[in-house]
Design a protein around this ligand. Structure first.
Ligand SMILES: NC(=O)c1ccc[n+]([C@@H]2O[C@H](COP(=O)([O-])OP(=O)(O)OC[C@H]3O[C@@H](n4cnc5c(N)ncnc54)[C@H](O)[C@@H]3O)[C@@H](O)[C@H]2O)c1
Length: 277
């Protein structure tokens, strides 16, 4: 089912992590294209501010305070959504970026997986069976990260959670295709984007970052072309560089290089030459 068809029919867009960052920017963009909105977030105050601003610009918005790591709460979100009408878009987007290291702080690993990965599992399990039963065209957008694809060192729990999101989303796309359901699935991978998560550590927007609005414009342009993988560029990294980094990461296995060879001193020169093309 094409995005053009989904957009033409309109309906409800449900967005988790909808009170801030790329989730809020997606809400603004989709409201501008005639969708009505159900925004879910655990931050009640930010959610209310977002809804007030959106309503002031004419959007039809409902909100629900939800912790996506709680399967019951996400089921209740789906109950509310289907009671509101036709669900056209589900954007499983809420995420956190706690620090982590491999042999320390198991609680950070659990919390990161509970939100970033199980939050999306909960969204898929609450919405997909009902979307299939409804038999209407719909799109599911799951937010991953380049950190789950090329996995740069620094935050292993975050990387592993986002790698799991990539795998889940690929499997979901395959299973829905096999089932013949009119539901498109997309893996949304923001580049470096100046959102609440980044503002918490950088008070000013760095030159290299995109805005959330730029990021979601790119997302829905690519969704409109039917792309499954949507890797957004930013002001430092373009599509060609991203593609080379992805190929290099896959080459670690195919070429039997050391793990994360991109950051291994013995491979620095070879990687730099490869990245330049
Ligand atoms: N900003 C970037 O550069 C970047 C890059 C790659 C991926 N991402 C991903 O984009 C997504 C959105 O993040 P953002 O950058 O817009 O950050 P953000 O902090 O502005 O927005 C995240 C939103 O999710 C909400 N949230 C967090 N935990 C939640 C929970 N348990 N239940 C419900 N809501 C919860 C927060 O309250 C916040 O409103 C995340 O999945 C993040 O990992 C961001």
């Amino acid at each position: 089912m094409s995005w053009t068809e989904i957009s033409k029919r309109g309906g409800l867009a449900v967005i988790t992590g909808g009170a801030s960052g790329v989730g809020l920017a997606a809400a603004e963009l989709l409201a501008g294209r005639g969708f009505h909105l159900l925004l879910a977030d655990q931050n009640a105050e930010a959610l209310e501010t977002a809804a007030t601003d959106l309503r002031a610009s004419g959007a039809r918005v409902e909100t629900r305070v939800v912790d996506v790591s709680d399967a019951h709460a996400v089921n209740a979100l789906a109950d509310q959504a289907f009671a509101m009408g036709r669900v056209a878009v589900v954007m499983n987007n809420a995420g956190i970026g706690l620090g982590s290291s491999c042999w320390d702080d198991p609680e950070a690993w659990r919390k990161t997986f509970d939100v970033n990965f199980f939050g999306i599992v909960n969204g898929v399990q609450a919405f997909v069976p009902r979307l299939i039963d409804a038999g209407e065209p719909a799109a599911i957008i799951n937010t991953g990260s380049k950190q789950g694809i090329t996995t740069p060192p620094g935050n292993p729990a975050y990387n592993a959670s986002k790698a799991a999101v990539k795998v889940l989303t690929e499997q979901l796309a395959h299973e829905l295709r096999q089932a013949g359901a009119p539901i498109d699935v997309h893996l949304f991978v923001p580049g470096f984007t100046y959102t609440g998560m980044i503002a918490a550590i950088m008070p000013e927007k760095p030159e290299g970052a995109w805005t959330s609005a730029q990021c979601v414009e790119y997302l829905f342009d690519r969704v409109g072309r039917g792309d499954f993988y949507v890797l957004c560029p930013d002001n430092m990294v373009d599509e060609t560089v991203d593609a080379r980094r992805v190929l290099w990461a896959a080459g670690d296995i195919a070429e039997n290089r050391p793990a994360l060879s991109r950051w291994h001193p013995d491979w620095a020169e070879a990687f730099t030459a490869f990245e330049k093309g």
